[in-house]
Ligand binder design. Structure first.
Ligand code: PFF
Length: 456
């Protein structure tokens, strides 16, 4: 009798399905909402350059490692790490790496859902013609009134959370594949439409200059750039690992990782090119913070021909992009509950959904009733609200730390025979990957950590 392990989870129907789902996870609010505003806050050019280096030298090798571990372990990240450690004859404590990922995903989703709720609200706001002919001041005050109202934010956060958990409860494959096949290319096209509008503002060059001209940078900004490379590629917390666990053996992980990283980076750069010209054309501040796209894009939609339709489509697609990412943020936790507690996917999704929703309230209040409740951690941050703190700790600390240990596991703990077997190659590309994952990625993450706290 075959002794093959029974598969609790589904498998992707094809390699393309996996690439699409992983791209769906990677492309999200991180590219269109977060990348422009943190670039604006951290001075532009140099920040972008460091982010790009991190994607190439740390992100891609760790993505390969994560998919590889997932496909070999075939379970939720917690159980995958436990199983692989056992298989390699190593300490069982590696499973805590999986745990850290589950917690990071849960915390990220709690605020991700709030911001995705903003995008959802902006579909209707744009559709109502609210922004037709609007001025920068008008758009700004509409945004401030909106985030100042906890009840409104609560409504949209709840709606987005329900949308997410419904898909998770049904299993990630159903729905996700179709969503990504059609909607991602459409999002890309609409982004191009806004870039074309940005070209007509007369400030396109200034936008490019801001994005690509190097300037001064701080240790903290370097940490944020690296954290963002992890965040935007969905790395360091097991999301890509769990998607890798649904992948069958006959596919090239290296190729897939490069395609996913390129697509993700392109979307982020296009978002920057769409937004910064509008920022400068309207005398706005690039460092305006998390509201940046909601304070700039409506101006563009209010003035371009057919802007209402383009705006509605754009925010709708942004919601879809966020949706496909949100699903992957909670999948590691749900997969674990199904495996270890024997819960149904529906029950596991409801429990996780309610918990995440509750933590999300803290983010909602950060923009209104708790606006002035801030704290500081020496060397790390000053006067951060609940939302900023959560974002900082997850994206800049937990994800890179998770990534560091994934790199160490794949490069040092796992035997060479296992990784070359799983990647199905021993050629130059394997050697390059192994070098990056053993030396370059871990050393880079450690140096950036030390630099951020001013130790080097
Ligand atoms: N990569 C997503 C984005 O850029 O919006 C966010 C994300 C999804 C981060 C999944 C981490 C993750 F595991």
């Amino acid at each position: 009798m075959a002794t093959q392990k029974k598969l609790i989870h589904e498998q992707w129907s094809s390699r393309t399905a996996f690439i699409l789902a992983a791209t769906g996870s990677a492309v999200g609010l991180g590219n269109i909402w977060k990348f422009p505003y943190i670039t604006g806050e951290n001075g532009g050019g140099t920040f972008v350059l460091i982010y790009l280096c991190c994607v190439a030298l740390i992100g891609i090798p760790i993505m390969i490692a994560e998919i590889m571990l997932g496909r070999r372990g075939k379970q939720s990240p917690i159980n995958t790490m436990a199983a692989l450690a056992r298989e390699e004859g190593r300490h069982p404590g590696w499973k805590y790496l999986g745990w850290m990922g589950v917690i990071a995903g849960f915390l990220i989703l709690s605020y991700y859902s709030v911001i995705a709720g903003w995008a959802l609200a902006y579909v209707f706001r744009t559709g109502s013609g609210l922004f037709l002919g609007a001025t920068a001041d008008g758009v700004n005050s509409i945004f401030n009134d909106f985030v100042g109202d906890p009840e409104k934010l609560l409504l949209w956060h709840t709606l987005f959370m329900v949308m997410t958990m419904v898909v998770v409860a049904r299993g990630v494959k159903n729905g996700l594949e179709t969503a990504v096949t059609f909607l991602m290319p459409m999002l890309f096209v609409l982004l191009l439409v806004v870039v074309i509008y940005a070209m007509s503002t007369g400030y396109f060059y200034q936008g490019l200059e801001f994005l690509f001209t190097p300037g001064k940078i701080t240790g903290k900004a370097i940490l944020i750039a690296m954290g963002h490379a992890f965040f935007t590629l969905s790395l360091g917390m097991g999301a890509i690992m769990v998607y890798g666990s649904y992948l069958t053996k006959d596919h090239s992980i290296v190729q897939a990782s490069i395609v996913i990283a390129l697509a993700d980076t392109l979307v982020a750069l296009l978002a920057g090119m769409a937004i910064f010209p509008v920022v400068f054309a309207n005398g706005l501040q690039p460092g305006a913070g998390p509201g940046l796209i909601f304070q700039t894009l409506p101006i563009a939609f209010g003035h371009m021909p057919g802007g209402t339709l383009v705006g509605v489509m754009f925010f709708t697609l942004l919601v879809f992009a966020a949706w496909t990412s949100a699903i992957s943020l909670i999948e590691p936790a749900v997969a674990w509950l199904v495996e270890n507690r024997g819960h149904s996917r529906v029950y596991a999704s409801v429990v996780m959904g309610i918990m995440t929703w509750l933590v999300g309230l803290g983010t909602i209040f950060s923009f209104n009733i708790w606006k002035d409740v801030t704290w500081s951690i020496p060397f790390l941050f000053k006067n951060y609200r609940f939302f900023d703190t959560l974002d900082y700790l997850t994206a800049n600390i937990m994800l890179p730390l998770g990534g560091l240990f994934i790199a160490l596991f794949a490069g040092w703990i796992m035997h060479k025979t296992s990784s070359s077997d799983e990647l199905a190659t021993t050629a130059g590309i394997y050697k390059t990957w192994r070098f990056l994952v053993r030396y370059v990625a871990p050393v880079a993450v450690i140096i950036v950590f030390l630099k951020a706290v001013g130790a080097v």
